[in-house]
Design a protein around this ligand. Structure first.
Ligand code: HEM
Length: 129
């Protein structure tokens, strides 16, 4: 039996009172009809429509009966659980190419060296007089 896989973007499209999907754990439920029978009220479900409501669902401390009830509203599995955790962004690197700061330091050092040598030479000349 093949299982329906629901992507996060598909889930996000069912985000209204007329079309209300919610994800709990890694499963997606269609609560469009059930919201009006929900003992916790419709509003709370509308607030999490199109989103992952695992935290809110657990916080409400649902009974075993509630958990069994959910199965009748199951749409499929949330694709997110198969998503790789590693980000694509590469970390910023400080050592890519020559930074302007290091070249300023090199040129500054050379300039100071030239000034010191010039001073020494000038001093020698004035001493000879
Ligand atoms: C996914 C399907 C859901 C089903 C089948 C369901 C079912 C139920 C049931 C049967 C109750 C009565 C108490 C119990 O037996 O635990 C209840 C209460 C409650 N539910 Fe849900 N629920 C669902 C989703 C949610 C979600 C996503 C939220 C939060 C965003 C939520 C929030 C609450 C709250 C706050 C109560 C407590 C109401 C009160 O005691 O006044 N429920 N739910």
């Amino acid at each position: 039996m093949s299982e329906t896989i629901v992507s996060e973007s598909e889930l996000a499209q069912h985000n209204s009172i007329d079309d209300l999907w919610v994800a709990v754990e890694d499963k997606v439920y269609n609560l469009t009809q059930f919201q009006f029978e929900h003992p916790g009220g419709s509003d709370i479900l509308v607030e999490v429509a199109g989103k992952d409501a695992t935290e809110e669902f657990e916080d409400a401390g649902h009974s075993e009966d509630a958990r069994e009830m959910m199965e009748s509203y199951l749409v499929g599995k949330l694709e997110d659980s198969a998503k790789p955790k590693s980000g694509k962004k590469k970390p910023p690197s400080l050592s890519d190419g020559s930074s302007p700061l290091s070249s300023y330091l090199v040129y500054g050092g050379i300039a100071i060296g030239v000034v010191i040598i010039a001073c020494v030479l000038l001093n020698r000349r004035t001493c000879k007089h």
